[in-house]
Write a protein that binds this ligand. Structure first.
Ligand SMILES: [Zn+2]
Length: 212
């Protein structure tokens, strides 16, 4: 891991600074063939050889006025490995999971011309969800095109076709409902409701705004 982590740290820091990421960032580089973690980096980070050096100017200037407990909490916060301890909203990248499940279940194919239609929004249980391009709907699309367009109505429709039970079976198969067991402390689990608590309204959130 160390040889790649230096590279990941360098470019993550650059990206966070260039894009004013006030909340910092994390990078995990994985070998998709075997799950090996090739690199892991967080920003802002701290120097392992000088772990009590505060990495945040605001915190540094307040330090003298802070209670012992607040200082201790701030240090714990600084030392957390956010890459494995924090939740993350994968957003539209999760459409790949929905697409994979739909292909595996045989309910669609990659290039059925005009199979799906985006009218700019879709109504679920009385709630209208807009496509990000509601002002100029995507219209007729194949699965491949819907994925390229990141079209919410199409993927919500596919999720409905799959149904909660089948959708959850793929969350399970992809490993989203359990920890990875990475040999580092503090791994957080994913945030999904129990399957029997998920109705059509909740399902749509999992398809377009899950938190894992
Ligand atoms: Zn659309």
């Amino acid at each position: 891991m160390p040889q790649f982590s230096g590279i990941a740290e360098k470019y993550l820091a650059e990206a966070c600074i260039d894009n004013n990421c006030t909340d910092g960032g994390s990078v995990i580089v994985m070998n998709p063939n075997n799950g090996d973690i090739l690199a892991m980096a967080g920003y802002p980070n701290f120097n392992l050889n000088d772990p009590f050096a505060i990495n945040n100017d605001e915190l540094k200037s307040n330090w003298d006025n802070m209670s012992q407990e607040d200082r201790s909490n701030a240090l714990q916060q600084m030392w957390r490995n956010k890459a494995i301890s924090d939740g993350y909203e994968p957003g539209s990248t999760f459409k790949l999971i929905t697409a994979s499940a739909a292909l595996e279940e045989g309910i669609t194919d990659t290039d059925n011309k005009g199979e799906f239609n985006c009218s700019g929004s879709i109504e679920i249980a009385g709630v209208r969800i807009k496509c990000w391009r509601y002002y100029r709907p995507h219209g007729a699309q194949s699965l491949r095109e819907a994925l390229m367009n990141s079209c919410n109505p199409v993927f919500i429709g596919i999720g409905q076709k799959l149904g909660v039970h089948t959708y959850y079976s793929y969350l399970e198969k992809f490993g989203f409902l359990r920890k990875t067991g990475v040999d580092l402390p503090g791994e957080a689990g994913s945030i999904f409701l129990a399957e029997d608590k998920v109705g059509p309204v909740e399902l749509r959130y999992y398809i377009i705004w899950p938190k894992i």
